[in-house]
Ligand binder design. Structure first.
Ligand code: HEM
Length: 133
């Protein structure tokens, strides 16, 4: 499927045209909805970790929604390392929801029913990976 025909890929492309950096928006939303997540990040150097965590999560999402060449497997791997960081599984899964909701806000009227459906399906699949791991 081409990027233009893939609603998940397209949603990131459209967001990139409107917003230079998703990082502050995604974490603001995450910490608003899950305040307990904020103190899990170290106080020094957290911005680098947050930016890199988001970038790698987006890589995994694009791969999971696309040709599944391998990056999507990072979700299961990181689930293990996050147990060590003390991140509960439901919070881990909530990060994906925060990304989707941020894109929905940015896209506004360009967030189509097709995009909504594709994201809902993907979030259900991620939830399955996270709970069945
Ligand atoms: C709300 C949910 C999450 C929380 C609270 C969380 C928390 C953390 C924390 C505290 C660290 C840094 C550990 C350190 O200080 O070295 C970290 C790093 C990381 N997280 Fe998460 N995480 C969450 C969700 C995710 C998800 C869903 C993924 C990807 C599927 C992910 C991928 C990563 C990666 C790749 C790193 C290493 C970043 C780097 O240093 O390059 N995280 N996470």
């Amino acid at each position: 499927m081409t990027a233009a025909g893939n609603p998940i890929h397209r949603s990131f492309e459209l967001a990139a045209k409107r917003c230079e950096d998703l990082t502050p928006l995604v974490y603001r939303r995450l910490f608003r909805e899950h305040p307990e997540a904020e103190s899990m990040f170290r106080s020094e150097g957290a911005d680098l970790v947050k930016g890199s965590m988001l970038a790698l999560t987006i890589d995994a999402i694009l791969d999971l929604a696309g040709d599944r060449s391998g990056h999507f497997r990072m979700i299961a791997c990181e689930l293990q390392s996050h147990e060590a960081y003390g991140t509960p599984r439901d919070l881990f899964a909530a990060f994906f929801g925060a990304i989707a909701a941020t894109l929905r806000d940015i896209l506004d009227t360009e967030w189509s029913w097709e995009t909504e459906r594709a994201w809902r399906r993907l979030l259900v699949e991620i939830e399955t990976i996270v709970t069945q791991q």
